[in-house]
Design a protein around this ligand. Structure first.
Ligand code: GCU
Length: 388
């Protein structure tokens, strides 16, 4: 029987990288002994249908895998022995298990596994299990995590152009945003991550962000004055909220519900799907549709991981990522609508800002373009040219 290649030199390099930077964190996480490219998988009996197979070294794994393969009992109708993969890679997302981005990540993982005939296994960790977005991205840059999905707002430190694509009131609507992301500009911004320790694989939709509050309703710019509003850990988001007259309070995504509950903040801002998924609607009942920002998201891969893969595997991963991007878009539109309906059913008050008031919001934040996009005026012009 052909012996499987399960512990390559490349795998060893990856282990070294991890031991240098990420192992301390990952080793404390459930299942993370397996979150190492090229390291033999610590296969569990639950996954394989076999009893207690926990190899301790590459050699042992090869022997065990060979012996176990002989015991395959498919002809007797029992569960087929799962192939031991060459690579077990981790994928982080801070959203819940049934969120569109996580569903797309799972589809991506399944497709990669299928198309590589089981050689590459990608394990998806939702709910910020591998850390919040900022730390996830940091881990990605040195290979502590292999893939992640991240909001552009937490990627501005890695690409100057990334800031342009999340400016307030930049896009006319969802179609305009996709024209930008699917065209040369989207490709240019993806390319801009080269050299940052990660590569951008595909865009995900994250809808449009709106303000919501526990108490005071936001019906005009005046209502924003003095409110404490949670923002993402991003200078642009802070400046935007302050330009509207509120106080910006940067808080990690996972802690927003508690901050709303304790009154540390008066409100926050996010799309319908996140507002519902994180149960912010239970506390902050007033949702004002001011559509201040569309912040696209990216599926990213660590360069340390990417460089270890063969050109064929890279091509497969890129193809599967592209398909996952399209799948997420489909899921997104449906989820945005169903989240809104659910929240309205359960007591959210939706306040649609009238066009003239929206213009006041837009005017208030327009100076930010000079501050953040001074060097990218041409890019902004190009985006405006494809508005309709
Ligand atoms: C959205 C986005 C998350 C992000 C969050 C936030 O929900 O999908 O990736 O962390 O906004 O407001 O922090």
């Amino acid at each position: 029987m052909k012996r499987q290649r399960i512990f390559s030199f490349r795998g060893r390099r990856k282990c070294l990288l991890l031991s240098l930077g990420g192992i301390a964190l990952l080793s404390q996480l459930p299942g993370c002994s397996a979150a190492v490219a090229g390291e033999p998988k610590q296969t569990t009996s639950q996954e394989t249908g076999a009893a207690g197979m926990t190899p301790t070294s590459g050699e042992d794994t090869a022997k065990t895998a060979g012996a176990d393969a002989q015991q395959e009992r498919t002809q007797t109708g029992q569960a087929k022995q799962k192939k031991v993969p060459d690579y077990v890679l981790s994928y982080a997302d801070n959203q819940t298990g049934n969120y569109p981005t996580v569903q797309a990540a799972r589809r991506f993982a399944e497709q990669v596994n299928k198309e590589t005939d089981g050689r590459i296994e990608i394990r998806v960790y939702p709910n910020a299990e591998l850390g919040d977005e900022v730390s996830t991205v940091q881990q990605l840059t040195f290979g502590g995590i292999d893939f992640c999905r991240c909001s552009l707002s937490n990627l501005s430190d890695y690409s100057e152009e990334a800031i342009v694509l999340q400016m307030p009131y930049l896009y006319a609507d969802q179609e305009h945003m996709w024209r930008v992301l699917d065209g040369d500009i989207g490709a240019q911004v993806k390319q801009s991550f080269r050299g940052s320790g990660m590569l951008a694989l595909t865009w995900f939709d994250a809808g449009v962000r709106n303000f919501y509050t526990t108490d005071r309703e936001i019906r005009s710019l005046e209502d924003m004055q003095g409110l404490k509003i949670r923002v993402q850990q991003s200078a642009l988001a802070e400046d935007m909220v302050e330009a509207l007259g509120a106080e910006a309070v940067p808080i990690v995504y996972e802690a927003v519900k508690d901050a709303l509950r304790t009154g540390e903040i008066d409100g926050a801002e996010n799309n319908w799907a996140s507002y519902e998924a994180m149960e912010h609607d239970e506390i902050a009942r007033n949702y004002t549709v001011d559509e201040h920002m569309r912040v696209p998201e990216l599926m990213l891969v660590s360069s340390a991981t990417w460089e270890q893969l063969s050109p064929d595997d890279q091509a497969t991963i890129q193809r599967c990522a592209d398909a996952a991007g399209l799948y997420e878009r489909e899921l997104w539109t449906a989820r945005e609508a169903s989240a809104r309906e659910k929240c309205l059913r359960e007591g959210t008050v939706e306040i649609v800002l009238p066009e003239r008031e929206k213009k006041r919001f837009r005017d208030a934040v327009s100076p930010l373009y000079k501050k953040y996009c001074g060097d990218y005026a041409e890019l902004i012009d190009k985006i405006n040219e494809i508005r309709d």
